[in-house]
Structures are given as C-alpha cells and as structure tokens.
Design a protein around this ligand. Structure first.
Ligand code: NAD
Length: 430
C-alpha cells in the first residue's frame, strides 16, 4: 500500500458523520488468551460477509495493532502510543479481550482506551438467538440496547484508600469546609472514599447519542434508568438533564413521562400506562424513566417494554451483564465504545481472555463476531451485516455451535472455534 492509497482508505468524519471509502483500513487488536483464535474466526467471517455482499467492490484492509500481554512481550508496553494513534487516525477499530495487568499501578487497558479516546458511550445491544440455552422462559422477548455512560460516575477513579495520608487529608479538608455534611459519615477511621461525578455535559452527550440511535433504528421507547430517588444530585440530575435534553432537542419527535405527569396532574387522570399509549397514538417516541432496582425486575419480568436504555456508568455495567445472562450469556453479547462526535469507535468482545481455554480451538467467537456486525452497521455496510447475522443465527438455530452453547442442547453439533467460523461462512448468501 503506498501513501496515497493509505490516505484514500481512511474513514473521514465531519460533524459526527462518517464517510467510509470502499477500501477501508481497520485496525484490530487480536487480544490475549483466546483472543487470537476468536479473532481469526471473526476476520474470516467478516471478510466472507463483505465479499458476499459486495462481490469485491468493498474491502477491509486489516491493520494489526497491539495492546495487552502480547504487546508487553513485543514492545515492553501494555498500551503503546502507536495503538492509540491508529484508532485516532482510522476512527473505527475492533479488539479481542485483553489481560488486565495486575499490580504496579497499571490501569485496566479497556478503561485506558475509553478514557484516552474519550469513548463516552458503551453500547451493548442484547438480543436472543433461537437455539441458545437461556435461564428464562421467554428470552426471545429481550431486544434491548443499552447506552451506558462510559467516562463518569464512580468509575472515574477518584478514590482515596482507607488509612492513607490522602484519605486523611481529604477528611480534614471536607470536615473543615462542610462540617454539617461531614456529620453524615458513620465511621471516620479506616474509611475508603470514592467520588461520583455526574455532569450535565456528560449526561447530555450520552442521552443525545441514545436518542439518535432510537430514531435511526426506528425504536419506540427510550428509558432513562437511574437511582435518582436516593442520589438526587447525581442520578437525579442525570434524569432531569436527560428529560430536558430530549424535550429541548427532539421536541417534536418525543413524548416524555414528565410531560405526561403534567397533563395527568392537570386533568386528574389516573390511568396507568396512558403515557405510552398517548405517545404511540401521536406516532412519537416514548421517553420514560425507571429506577434502577425496578429496572432489574422489569427487564426480567417484562423485557418487551424496553427498547433502548440510557443510564449512568455503574448501573449500565451491572445491567449489561445481567441482560446478557438473561439471553444465554456474555459469550454471545457484543459491545462497542464510541465517541459519536469524533466518530472514533472501538468494537469489542464483552468477555475476558478465558485463559483456561486458550490455544484449544474451543472458545466461542460469537461476541467478537457480533461486535464486528455492529461495526459493519456503524460503517453503513448494512448488507454485509445482514448477511453475517443471518448466517450466524442459522448456525446457532441448527445447533452447529461451540462447546459452551452445545452444553445441555440435544442434537447439537459441537464445533471448534475455527469450524464454527467456517460453518457460518458456508451459510452466507446474498
Ligand atoms: P473471562 O470472561 O475471561 O472468563 C470467565 C469464564 O467465562 C471462562 O472461564 C469461560 O468459561 C467463559 N468464557 C468467557 N469467554 C468465553 C468464550 N468466548 N467462549 C467460551 N467460554 C467463554 O473472565 P475472567 O476469567 O474474569 O478474566 C480473565 C482475564 O480477562 C482477566 O485478565 C481479566 O481482567 C480479563 N478481562 C478482559 C476483558 C476485556 O478485555 N474486555 C473483560 C473481562 C475480563
């Protein structure tokens, strides 16, 4: 590839809109543990889907970049600057799971990538595939996309260890400046402290992204999940700013629970669920809110009432994995970390490196394959994404699956990682 080709093959972003060349360079991190095996299967599946959809008129040129254990062995660095630069330059990338370095004050690599590239949305669509053993009676009712805020909340990393000089200093400063508030501490010795920042700007960009996704994907409901009844100035503010944003920026397209409450109070109406019906009758997107603990119950009991969820970081972390378990496990749930303003997006397997399965041609590549499917849609290559998903769903439906999905399923044919990839490819048709 010469320099001109290279420049022509880079995704361009203007005002958050992607222009994707027909030949596109995509950086990838194969990952640690099972990473290289599931990556090899994923690359084969994606290339075949693109070839099947476009017959050679579109092509991905894969560019390997490094992070994690493999990178440390090769370069002495867990997350080389060149890798961050590649994601910045090429905008869209994909990664397998990475070993989290233990000790030595090294940050989680996933957290570092999200922070350094300001990837403020953690996107986790959760849907069921027929044939997957699931722990609930009606997993097929789950088709929910979670927008988890990725840069704030208790995960910001502003923490003071119990008994440390910093914790002591913090307590002295806090007690002096806010004596009344300081009385709320139940114990003051050996006290670990963490801060929970939630900002208006951080909330708005997350909710705006979720709302745009809801519109573009023709979904009917956006639910703000929060714990604002207890944490009023963080989770409660998230809720208020979320409603403000959708009413202000998407006014004609939405009907919110907050607007409904005003109408209801004025008219004396008491009927439940009337807000959703009112929104539907007006052909508008229904924006409501549910308190986190209730949301966990409701996504289990009535998952069909949710389409898109926008929520804070910690809520979103718990909720993504709980919903993934509901439809048969994180082995098949895709994910992405996205900044919708710069366009930079990294698609990723949501499970870890599963070291006990590494090198055995055994692991399930579905999470990474489905992340690649999300990536193709993000690039606007929907035809390839459709072909890929139909082929994957077909393999799962007939029970041609890896060991984890074959367990407990009668008549399943257990395949290795590579053979599962091949089975998917063999099902692809235009
Ligand atoms: P894990 O997800 O790697 O493994 C938990 C168990 O889930 C495994 O023993 C295996 O039985 C099963 N499993 C996971 N992925 C599978 C797949 N594709 N196919 C079949 N079975 C699969 O979680 P862990 O053991 O807690 O973490 C191992 C390492 O991965 C740690 O270093 C951790 O920090 C890292 N990790 C990385 C990421 C990431 O990069 N996104 C996420 C989680 C954990």
């Amino acid at each position: 590839m010469n320099h001109t080709d290279q420049a022509n093959n880079i995704i361009q972003v203007q005002d958050g809109k992607l222009t994707v060349p027909n030949t596109t360079i995509i950086p990838f991190i194969a990952g640690d543990g099972i990473g290289p095996e599931i990556w090899a299967a994923t690359q084969m599946v994606v290339d075949t889907a693109v070839q099947t959809a476009y017959g050679g008129t579109r092509l991905i040129q894969w560019l390997q970049v490094y992070a994690g254990e493999e990178s440390f062995q090769l370069t002495g660095e867990w997350l080389p600057a060149a890798t961050l630069k590649a994601f910045e330059t090429y905008k869209v990338g994909i990664k397998g799971p990475l070993t989290t370095p233990i000790g030595g004050g090294i940050r989680s690599l996933n957290v570092a990538l999200r922070k350094d590239l300001d990837l403020y949305v953690c996107l986790r669509p959760v849907r069921y595939f027929e044939g997957i053993p699931a722990p609930v009676c009606h997993p097929e009712k789950v088709d929910i996309t979670i927008f988890r805020e990725n840069t704030e909340d208790l995960y910001t990393g502003i923490e003071f260890a119990a008994g440390s000089e910093d914790a002591k200093k913090f307590m002295e400063m806090f007690t002096q400046e806010f004596p009344k508030m300081a009385e709320k501490f139940r114990f003051t010795e050996e006290l670990g402290i963490g801060l929970k920042p939630v900002s208006k700007a951080g909330t708005e960009r997350l909710v705006r992204a979720a709302m745009n996704y809801t519109i573009q994907n023709k979904k009917h409901t956006l639910t703000l999940v929060h714990k604002g009844n207890i944490m009023k100035f963080t989770e409660g503010a998230f809720l208020a700013w979320g409603y403000d944003l959708v009413e202000r920026e998407f006014g004609d397209l939405v009907f919110t629970d907050r607007q409904w409450a005003t109408i209801r109070d004025a008219s004396g109406e008491t009927a439940a669920n009337q807000a959703q019906k009112t929104a539907q009758a007006a052909g508008k997107i229904y924006v409501n809110d549910v308190i986190t603990d209730a949301a966990f119950q409701k996504t289990l009991i009535k998952p069909e009432t949710f389409d898109v969820i926008a929520t804070t970081n910690l809520n979103g972390d718990y909720m993504s994995d709980a919903l993934a378990a509901q439809i048969g496990g994180i082995g098949i749930s895709p994910g992405a970390n996205i900044n919708y303003d710069t366009g930079i997006a990294i698609f990723e397997a949501t499970h870890g490196t599963a070291p006990i399965h590494a090198g055995k041609n055994k692991a399930n590549p579905s999470s990474l394959i489905l992340s690649a499917e999300l990536m193709l849609r993000y690039m606007g290559w929907n035809e390839a994404a459709d072909i890929l998903i139909a082929a994957l769903a077909g393999s799962i439906k007939v029970g041609e699956v890896t060991y984890d999905l074959a367990r407990g399923v009668e008549h399943a044919t257990q395949l290795g990682t590579r053979e599962f990839g091949l089975a998917i490819c063999s099902r692809m048709k235009k």
